[in-house]
Design a protein around this ligand. Structure first.
Ligand code: XUL
Ligand code: CO
Length: 438
């Protein structure tokens, strides 16, 4: 039994900051009330199937290093069932509320669309039973439109419309299964929607193809009554040299161009933000400022490496900054924190996957507890409100209301002989304020 793989690991419990047990939570206390609701309901943590149960520890220089007994039957339904048992045994021990998957993570894709759909539905039935038994819920499903060679030049942005049609088949099946399993989001990451060289690429066509694909997904969501959120996950590069879903602002412009800004939100991934030259906090702040925040893929990159290392998060200051923003914006609705993170290749023991998730959940918990202190104290929010207070009254309000022309305003400024006095931005004071709470 592959579920027995984790037999030596006890169920993971909250033991508090004083414990020396590496298989216990120090800060993640799911029932602890934070700003009026349980910690688990703020963080909505998910384990991802692909890095945790599918990836064997391979890299471009060598094969897998992990023992993953459920892989021994190859890419078959029997192996998919064994993997399902192993995954849910892991979820039961960790006790996180959600998980996420790609179609190909959970069931063999087969040779044809019909075969793939049949396999996915077969597994979905068993998954539904496992979810009912364990209480684990689906944060999101997604279709892998990037691994198979047919997608080497993209899925929706492929020069061949038959590839677009094949992708439509995979997305329909996966969206419908996500719906049947009560999933609360559906993710579209533009795996190879981008280019390697502009020499063979028609940018205008590819954008229109992608816009049409997204619109078709949204139409189908409404047709089947899927109540969840459709999310796009920005990433600037890797695997292609240039990915169209570059960053939050680029996806925002795309959504506006194709009239999808009310239908699709963002799944912001920390390491993708880094690759785009942004802070994770920047991408979160941009999404919130434009009503686009959906969900987060939580992980980290390596400051010295320019690729998607997908490590588990370990930065409390970053978690604090991000959670302060998310919580003060009202928190997640359908979203949550999905660990799109993987072990290092030398972490070959069963407990390594637990250490990784325990550490990540504790980091999020510490960020949330610090965010509670920052928001309760209120000095940061008051500082920002005060900084912009002029815009809520008198001249500021009149300018924004649109009743003044440039010339009128200029005349006023001249008549009053305005000499605005500079005010300190107090950056160091604010940085200290944040770090006192971390
Ligand atoms: C790739 C990535 C994906 C998406 C889902 O960088 O983040 O795993 O999260 O396709
Ligand atoms: Co991701």
């Amino acid at each position: 039994m592959t579920a027995a793989y984790w037999d030596a690991i006890p169920p993971i419990r909250f033991e508090g900051p004083g414990t020396d047990n590496p298989l216990a939570f120090r800060f993640y206390d799911k029932d602890r009330t934070v700003l009026g609701k349980p910690m688990a309901d703020h963080l909505r943590v998910a384990v991802c199937y692909w890095h945790s149960f599918c990836w064997p520890g391979s890299d471009v220089f060598g094969p897998g290093t992990f023992a993953r007994p459920w892989h021994q039957d190859g890419d078959t339904l029997a192996a998919a069932e064994a993997k399902l048992a192993a995954a849910f045994a892991f979820f039961e021990k960790l006790g996180q509320p959600f998980f996420c998957f790609h179609d190909v993570d959970v069931a063999p894709l087969g040779e044809t669309l019909a075969e793939g759909r049949h396999a996915l539905e077969h597994i979905a039935e068993r998954m539904q039973a496992a979810m009912a038994r364990t209480g684990t819920k689906l944060l999101w499903g997604t279709a892998n439109l990037f691994s198979h060679p047919r997608y080497m030049a993209g899925a929706a942005t492929n020069p061949d419309p038959d590839v677009f049609a094949f992708a439509a088949g995979q997305v329909r099946a996966t969206l419908e299964v996500t719906h049947r399993l009560g999933g609360v989001n559906y993710v579209l990451w533009g795996g190879r929607e981008g280019y390697e060289t502009l020499l063979n690429t028609d940018l205008r066509r590819e954008a229109d193809q992608l816009g049409r694909f997204m619109a078709m997904v949204v139409e189908h969501k409404h047709k089947i009554g899927f109540p969840g959120t459709i999310l796009i996950e920005p990433k600037p590069c890797e695997p292609t040299k240039h990915q169209y879903d570059h960053d939050a602002a680029t996806v925002h412009a795309f959504l506006l161009k194709y009239g999808l800004e009310k239908e699709i939100r963002l799944n912001i991934e920390a390491n993708h933000a880094t690759l785009a030259g942004h802070a994770f906090e920047h991408e979160i702040a941009y999404a919130i400022a434009n009503d686009l925040l959906g969900c987060c893929d939580i992980n980290r990159g390596d400051p010295q490496n320019g690729w998607d290392t997908d490590q588990f998060p370990n930065d409390v200051a970053e978690a604090t900054a991000v959670l302060t923003r998310i919580v003060s914006a009202g928190g997640f609705t359908t979203g949550g924190f999905n660990f799109d993170a993987k072990l290092r290749r030398q972490s070959i023991d069963p407990e390594d996957l637990f250490h990784a998730h325990i550490g990540g959940m504790d980091i999020l918990a510490r960020g949330l507890i610090a965010a509670e202190r920052i928001l309760t104290e209120g000095r940061l929010a008051r500082f920002v409100a005060d900084r912009y207070a002029g815009w809520d009254q008198g001249r500021g309000r009149a300018i924004l209301a649109g009743g003044l022309s440039l010339a009128q305003l200029a005349d006023e400024a001249m008549a009053e002989n305005l000499k605005p006095a500079p005010r300190s931005g107090r950056q160091e004071y604010l940085e200290n304020l944040l770090s006192h709470h971390v």
